[in-house]
Design a protein around this ligand. Structure first.
Ligand SMILES: NC(=O)c1ccc[n+]([C@@H]2O[C@H](COP(=O)([O-])OP(=O)(O)OC[C@H]3O[C@@H](n4cnc5c(N)ncnc54)[C@H](OP(=O)(O)O)[C@@H]3O)[C@@H](O)[C@H]2O)c1
Length: 366
């Protein structure tokens, strides 16, 4: 990949500097992959030029390969693209990865080595010491580890990850709370939507009228990813935040939207009103930079005692905000509250796209 005059040159192809940046979607047929394609339709900076998936679907036209589950039609520019295998040689600068975690690790490595910027939703590289796990409103400075990653791996491209979907809403809300009051302990119970398990996901006979009190690997992810996101970039790697997180994760018969009941112990004295104010008025780097996918405010603090609810609130702020409600005292820790957010938008594809926008705005795509 190189740059000359007013053109980018990528794998022999030239792109005008002011043209949209060509992007590919790996795992384009899956739940997260489809959300990428939907969210990237008419994106002001990025244009989907490649879709890739497994041997099962590659070689087919996208509209025939995919079991499209979005409420809007497949974008015209993508409908007739041929699904390519997930190997470098794709005509694009960035790859957004919605790959199954069983295969994502080595494929993402291969793309980064080949010079692509890889934005991953999978768990495989989130905890690598030289890979940033980023929520732009919370830890944009962790992008500093990219130069170390490139050096370590002698790689022209690089990998940036976003968190597990349940971690997203917890870490996002804890970000400003930790900054203001210093978190000492966290206890969280999740009620997670079925779309979080991908497509076709959980069999209907297992989940209809039921609650499944186990999601393999999920609690461990939430407990460590939250501490990495709220950790400190020490110039070489990320030191994990120094507080324990205990997570209970449940699958519930909700289509989209993960709900979380959270209790926190804080080092500094505060009040429910002050916590609400900190969240309501919080503005991060994406808001200041007016990134195209950034919600106007990262948090919607709801006053009604019975909100947020996935059915009514999941699409607030285009699915990019964390909804907060029921902030109240906790008789074991200090305070407790309810969080909710769109697991395949802010918890997955939308988060990756916001990370890519941050990379562009901060000069990491030059
Ligand atoms: N769903 C969520 O809310 C959510 C949130 C955050 C993170 N994630 C993570 O995002 C990733 C994707 O999740 P999902 O829910 O979208 O899963 P999914 O619906 O099962 O989709 C998986 C995708 O991976 C592709 N794939 C499978 N095996 C492959 C192979 N050997 N080579 C190339 N491609 C292969 C599939 O292509 P074919 O159609 O060709 O088989 C499909 O496009 C996972 O790592 C998941 O943990 C999901």
């Amino acid at each position: 990949m190189g740059k000359c005059h007013s053109f980018y040159v990528i794998k022999g192809a030239e792109y005008r500097m002011n043209a949209k940046i060509p992007v590919g979607v790996l795992g384009a047929t899956g739940a997260v992959g489809q959300k990428f394609i939907k969210l990237l339709e008419n994106h002001p900076w990025f244009e989907v030029t490649e879709v890739a998936a497994s041997e099962r679907t590659s070689g087919k036209i996208y509209s025939e390969a995919v079991s499209w589950k979005q409420v809007t039609p497949i974008p015209e520019g993508v409908r007739n693209l041929e699904v390519r295998p997930c190997t470098p040689g794709l005509n694009c600068r960035i790859v957004f990865s919605g790959l199954d975690a069983a295969v994502a690790g080595p494929i993402e490595d291969e793309f980064a080595r080949a010079g692509y910027v890889v934005l991953s939703n999978s768990k495989n590289h989130r905890l690598d010491e030289d890979v940033p796990l980023v929520i732009p409103e919370v830890n944009p400075d962790h992008l500093g580890v990219i130069s170390i990653q490139r050096r370590n791996r002698d790689s022209a491209g690089y990998i940036v990850t976003n968190s597990n979907c349940t971690t997203m809403f917890l870490a996002m809300a804890l970000g400003p709370i930790h900054k203001a009051f210093v978190v000492e302990k966290v206890f969280m119970v999740s009620m997670q939507a079925v779309s979080g398990a991908g497509y076709p996901g959980v069999p209907s006979l297992d989940i209809l009228g039921n609650v499944i009190p186990y999601i393999g690997g999920e609690e461990e992810k939430v407990e460590v990813e939250t501490r990495k996101i709220l950790g400190t970039f020490n110039g070489k790697t990320i030191d994990l935040a120094d507080f324990p997180v205990s997570a209970h994760c449940n699958r519930v018969p909700v289509e989209d939207g993960h709900t979380e009941s959270v209790s926190v112990k804080l080092a500094r004295k505060t009040s429910t009103a002050e916590i609400a104010e900190v969240l309501r008025t919080y503005s991060g780097v994406p808001q200041r930079l007016k990134l195209p996918s950034a919600p106007q405010t990262p948090f919607v603090v709801m006053e009604a005692l019975d909100r947020p609810q996935p059915r009514f609130d999941v699409n607030r702020a285009n699915g990019m905000a964390t909804l907060v409600g029921r902030i109240r005292p906790c008789s074991i820790f200090d305070y407790k509250f309810t969080l909710m957010g769109h697991n395949t938008i802010r918890g997955a594809a939308g988060a990756s796209i916001l990370n890519a926008e941050l990379l562009k705005a901060q000069g990491y795509l030059e």
